[in-house]
Design a protein around this ligand. Structure first.
Ligand SMILES: [Zn+2]
Length: 622
């Protein structure tokens, strides 16, 4: 007989891992056969973004220990921008600005999980309309098609691998992404194309932390692997190489303790804003460009290089800089709304102009970045007038609040609502300054990075909760650490605390229900799962667990509807289908039970160990 409770727990755990990590993871140098070289026709575009890549970890940017030959080769034949800055240290926000040429306020995706305003033009949309074939292959869930970057791409490869239970992972290997992209290139190399490839290797966790190798060494290893994949891509251009503009960049950097920061997302220091930017291809001479530029400049620049005309953007065409002409002085903007959306702290906004950088915060900061690139001396005291002017300039790009119309999607609304636990009706001016919370932010970043495991993870979570007892994320994660080590009595209050603090997803409910089920409190678990369904309506993992619980609790007829709803949203949720077959069998609906079991066999991989159990069920039904 199928053991419902075992699989039930498995589903609960997977749900947590997927959800929590999100809120928060060879080279074949043979060139493909060459197509005949083409005349000076308008070029194609290959955009490569390596997530979380600091400029100063690339050989071409001066890191003598870097192992980045493919990126360096691009720089050797193209233009390298030594002072390129992201608009936000956040994956979706930054990529949305790359593809729209707009600052975050212009496209609306101020954080991962929000949606890009579909009314805003993208280079993919414009190039597709101009007759180019368009394809994108991405390596991580924050860029999933549901968040809107699919717009204008005829092909959008964002399918993440699934575990044995059918739950999708949050990221996939660059090797797999590039396999897909190269397959696409082989089909379209002889046409005009726009191909965007996103690699996730340098993002935490950096490789396998268990060997004790230091984080920065593992980070460098991941960059090396990303570089191997860049080589495979540029090699795959084959005969199209001479007619393809290659744009190489990253969405943001990574902090290893600078300014007390770990990883990225909260602060807007250049540690996480400075990125590599290289343009290579027909008509681009080799040169180094030192003038500060922003990722919003890429869209108007490549559109002109592709002969697609002017592109309405916040950024400017960098064409003059590529030709060796100075660019007019201007202001560059960057922000992070992660402090507000994740913690209820003040957002951070920054402008850079004339060698100065101003960070608008409850306690503002001013750095003379022309001579203090590390942003180590706050020059605000002696530069009041400059600071006042730069504050006014910052406000022209964005206020401290998010416009209501842009945040109406359910997930974001729930996030904002959840902030009650820290914001407590505070106005923007009196929210905590993130730099006054940098220690707790660094601890949370270590938790969400996936770098900590076992007792080290537990100690870190307890430390966060000493400082901030109601922190919903820390309570949730500690709950799962305790649940997974069979300490449910201690886990229960943690999950309850996370729910009370308004944790904006069903993960805390799923953990609580898991503990209740382990303690054989099936009535309590069912009630918790119904509450989870209200918190996050339509979440297939909640529905699957609710169905399994009802079926196991003696009401299989009531289980059928939630299980079917779970499978409508996610047909690959194998436990739900197995549970549905059982629920049908228990209610005497043998034909439907057999149909679901056969469908499951059709979907399970040939090597799946679960097949034997499904085959046993099928024999029992017949
Ligand atoms: Zn990123």
């Amino acid at each position: 007989m199928f053991v419902v409770t075992t699989l039930y727990t498995a589903v609960v755990r997977r749900a947590c891992i997927a959800g929590v990590l999100f809120l928060v993871s060879i080279a074949c140098r043979d060139s493909p056969p060459s197509d005949p070289p083409r005349a000076a026709a308008p070029p194609s575009l290959l955009l490569i973004t390596v997530d979380t890549l600091r400029a100063d970890r690339v050989g071409a940017y001066g890191d003598v220990s870097a192992r980045t030959p493919a990126i360096d080769a691009l720089a050797a034949r193209g233009a390298l921008f030594t002072n390129a800055f992201s608009v936000a240290p956040i994956t979706l926000t930054s990529h949305a600005s790359l593809l729209t040429g707009r600052y975050p306020a212009g496209h609306g995706a101020r954080h991962n999980g929000m949606r890009v305003d579909l009314a805003v033009p993208t280079i993919a949309g414009s190039l597709s309309r101009a007759g180019l074939v368009t394809g994108a292959f991405v390596a991580a869930f924050p860029l999933d098609r549901r968040f809107g970057l699919i717009k204008g791409f005829q092909t959008y490869g964002d399918t993440m691998p699934r575990g044995p239970d059918g739950r999708p992972a949050n990221e996939r290997a660059g090797r797999v992404v590039v396999d897909e992209a190269v397959g696409w290139l082989e089909q379209h190399r002889s046409e005009r194309f726009f191909l965007w490839v996103h690699l996730f290797e340098p993002h935490a966790p950096y490789g396998d932390a268990r060997g004790g190798r230091p984080a920065q060494a593992r980070y460098a290893d991941e960059i090396r692997e990303a570089d191997r994949q860049v080589a495979r891509l540029t090699d795959a251009l084959g005969g199209a190489r001479d007619s393809t503009i290659v744009a190489f960049t990253s969405d943001h950097g990574e902090a290893f303790g600078e300014h007390g920061e770990i990883a990225h997302s909260v602060f807007v220091y250049d540690t996480t804003l400075r990125v590599p930017l290289i343009l290579a291809g027909p008509g681009i001479a080799h040169r180094t460009v030192d003038v500060p530029v922003s990722l919003v400049d890429l869209a108007p620049t490549v559109m002109r290089l592709l002969g697609a005309g002017a592109f309405d953007a916040d950024g400017v065409d960098l064409g003059p800089a590529l030709a060796g002409t100075a660019l007019a002085g201007r202001t560059l903007y960057a922000e992070s709304f992660a402090p507000l959306l994740d913690f209820g702290w003040s957002p951070l906004r920054a402008v850079r102009t004339g060698g100065w950088k101003y960070i608008a915060a409850p306690r503002p900061e001013l750095y003379r970045v022309a001579t203090d690139a590390a942003e180590s001396i706050n020059a605000l005291g002696g530069e009041r007038q400059r600071a006042t002017a730069m504050q006014a300039e910052t406000d022209r790009y964005s206020g401290t609040a998010l416009p209501a119309g842009r945040t109406t999607d359910r997930e974001t609304a729930a996030r904002l609502q959840a902030l009650g636990y820290v914001s407590g009706g505070r106005s923007g001016a009196t929210r905590p300054d993130p730099k006054d919370r940098r220690a707790v932010a660094a601890r949370i970043a270590q938790v969400t990075s996936g770098e900590l495991h076992g007792p080290a993870l537990e100690r870190m979570l307890l430390r966060i909760l000493e400082d901030d007892p109601r922190n919903p994320l820390a309570n949730l994660r500690l709950g799962y650490v305790l649940l997974e080590s069979n300490r449910c009595a201690r886990a229960l209050p943690r999950f309850r605390a996370a729910i009370e603090a308004g944790y904006p997803s069903a993960d805390a409910h799923l953990g609580l229900a898991g503990c209740q089920a382990a303690g054989r409190d099936f009535t309590g678990a069912t009630a918790t799962l119904r509450a989870a369904d209200a918190t996050e309506p339509g979440n297939p993992v909640v529905l699957a667990n609710l169905g399994l619980m009802l079926s196991d609790g003696g009401t299989p007829e009531a289980a059928i509807n939630p299980l079917q709803r779970a499978l409508t949203t996610d047909p690959e949720l194998h436990q739900a289908r197995f549970g549905l077959a059982i629920a049908f069998a228990r209610t005497g609906r043998r034909t439907e039970a057999a149909n679901e079991a056969r469908e499951l066999l059709r979907r399970l991989p040939a090597t799946s160990p679960q097949r034997a159990e499904v085959e046993r069920l099928l024999r029992a039904i017949q």
